[in-house]
Each structure stands twice: as structure tokens, then as C-alpha cells.
Design a protein around this ligand. Structure first.
Ligand code: GLU
Length: 141
């Protein structure tokens, strides 16, 4: 079952989010990711595999300082239902303009109809999940 963590406050968000994900590992998952907001927008980092791997990915990232400076973010451990456990399918998912980042637990039942509509409208959908189309839908409102 997936895990979701969110934080906004005075502390740096990244350690809160990563520690939160580590506490939820017992639930089982196949991939993990974070999205952090700063004054330039939203940065997401995600990958298949363990939270420790995500933590390492972020530590090695050239934008590590920017990522670590954020005080607001969300994080997710995924238990795949729609699409295999790949990095592309890991959450968070963003809309076409990157204005939002979404993590999701559960199933978006009519995702195929929504997917077809967004593709017909000229959007690119980068994952096989039922979640990414929700991010497109929310961002288009
Ligand atoms: N249905 C979503 C997916 O497959 C969410 C899975 C979950 O609850 O972790 O990406």
C-alpha cells in the first residue's frame, strides 16, 4: 500500500519527507519520489526502488542545495496498480505546465477516457499511470 507524506513549515522539507517515507516503508512499495516547491517552481525527483536510493539520487543532484532549501513538499512510495514499477511511473506526477505535482493513493477509474481526451488535445503523457491524467485534469481547471 502506498505512503504519502506532506510538509510545509519552518524546517527544511527534504529530511522531513525522506524520514516520513522511511517510516512508511513497512507498508510495501516499488518506487519513491518527492516534489519540492520553491520560489522558482516545483522540482521533482523520483526513481524505482528503495527510499535510500532516492535519498542518494537527491544527494548526488547538482540542484541539491536548491532542493534542500525548500520548506514545502510532498512525497510518495508507490504500490503500482496502473503501469509497471518504473521511474517514469513513480509519483509525483505533474501537469503539462509543471504548475502542480500530484501524489495519489488508489485508482482513477476512468483514466483511459481522460488519457484519450488529453492526448487528442495535443498533450504529452509521459507515464502509464492513472495518476498522471489526474494531474493534467487538475492543472487544466
Ligand atoms: N494507481 C496509482 C498508480 O498505479 C497509485 C498507486 C498507489 O496507490 O501507490 O500509480
Amino acid at each position: 500500500m502506498c505512503g504519502i507524506v506532506g510538509y510545509t513549515g519552518k524546517r527544511a522539507a527534504m529530511p522531513v519527507l525522506i524520514n516520513g517515507l522511511k517510516k512508511l516503508e513497512y507498508r510495501g512499495y516499488d518506487s519513491a519520489g518527492v516534489a519540492l516547491a520553491n520560489n522558482q517552481g516545483i522540482l521533482t525527483r523520483k526513481q524505482s526502488g528503495k527510499v535510500a536510493g532516492l535519498d542518494q539520487l537527491i544527494s548526488d543532484d547538482p540542484l541539491h542545495k536548491e532542493l534542500s532549501a525548500s520548506h514545502c513538499g510532498i512525497a510518495h512510495t508507490r504500490w503500482a496498480t496502473h503501469g509497471p514499477p518504473t521511474t517514469a511511473n513513480a509519483h509525483p506526477h505533474q501537469g503539462p505546465n509543471g504548475r502542480i505535482a500530484l501524489v495519489h493513493n488508489g485508482i482513477n477509474e476512468n483514466h483511459n477516457t481522460q488519457r484519450d481526451r488529453f492526448l487528442a488535445g495535443g498533450n504529452t503523457i509521459t507515464s502509464e499511470t492513472d495518476t498522471e491524467v489526474l494531474a493534467h485534469h487538475i492543472e487544466s481547471q
